[in-house]
Design a binder for this molecule. Sequence first.
Ligand code: MTE
Ligand code: MO
Length: 326
Amino acid sequence: MPSIIHRPPWHLPDNAATDEDVFFNRRDFLKAMGIGGMMAGGFSPPSSAQEIKATANLPLRHFIRNPRFADVGRPITEEFVGITFNNFWEFTYDKAVVRAVKDFNLDPYTLTIDGLVEKPLKLDLNDIEKLGYEERIYRFRCVETWSMTVPWLGVPLAKLVKIAKPTSAAKYVAFKSFYDPKVAPNQLETRYKWPYHEGLRMDEAMNEMGFVATGAYGRRLRPQSGTPLRIVVPWKYGYKGPKSVVQMTFVDKQPSTLWSAALPGEYPFYSNVDPQSPHPRWSQATEKFIRDKANLDDIEARPTQWYNGYEEFVGHMYKDMPRKLF
Ligand SMILES: Nc1nc2c(c(=O)[nH]1)N[C@H]1C(S)=C(S)[C@@H](COP(=O)(O)O)O[C@H]1N2
Ligand SMILES: [Mo]
C-alpha cells in the first residue's frame, strides 16, 4: 500500500460506505416500484423481478476491495437502482434500459488493442482480469446531475495500458463500443456517429483512478451496465466511460468522441466534473445522490465536488489548462 494517506474532501467516517450484503429479491423490487415518473419522458420499472433476473449474468467472484478506494463518504447505491436506472442510448433514450437490452451479450468476447503499440493484441476477459482483479468503490456523476456510488470490480486501466505497450508516439487512447444495429436499433439513427466512441489523454489513461470494470456489486456486469467491459473514469461525467467496449486504439491526436462530435458546445473532450462550469442548459453546481430510489424530484440537491471529489488524485493533470476546456 502507498504510504501517503490521501484525505478526500468528503466527510469521514460516520457516513462511510457500508459493506452491505447486497442482494436481489422481491422486497427490493417492490420498494423500487416507488420510482415512478422521475425523468422527463417518465420511467416505468420492468414488469417483474423475473424479467430482470432473466437478463442477469450472475457468477459470484472472489475479490478484495482495494482499501485505497473503499470510502467515498456516502453509502453504496442499492444494487437494484444501479441496474434499473441506466443510460445506454444504443438501446433506448429512456432510463429503462433493462427492458430494452434483453439478453444482450458480446460472447465470445475479444478486446482488440491496436494503433500505436509495439504489437496489436487480442484479449479475452480472462486475460484482462488476471492482470489484477479488485473491487473499488467509486463516486459516479452523470452530466444530467444525478449521482450514485458504485462498487466496481475489474482491473486498473493503467495495467491494461502497460501490457498494450504503446509507443512513444501514442498521446491518446480511443475506445470503441460494439456495433450491431440488429440488437441495438438506435445505432441505425444517423444523428449520432455510432458506434459509441470516447477517448482519454495518455496521462489520464495511466492515472491510478482509471478503471476497467468487468463487474459491479460482486457480479459480472449485466447487459444494461455495459457487458462485459466498460471504462470508468470517476472524475469525469459518466459519458466519458464507454460501455461494452470492444476496441482500444492508441493514437497521436485527440480522438473524436460521439458526444463532442454531436454537440461540441455541450460535451467537450475533457468533461471533468466541475461545479463552476455549467452545462449550457443547466447548472452543475449541485447534484442529486441516488441511494435507494431514483425519484429525483424527492432527492435533496447537494453541492457538486470539483473533479467529483477526486482532485487529489487527478487535479495535477489539468493545472495549466483553462477551465473552460472542461
Ligand atoms: N456505449 C455506451 N456507453 C455509455 C453510454 C451509452 O449510451 N452507450 N452512456 C454513458 C452515460 S451518459 C452514463 S451516465 C453511463 C451510465 O452508466 P450506468 O447506466 O451503468 O449508470 O454510461 C456511459 N457510457
Ligand atoms: Mo450520463
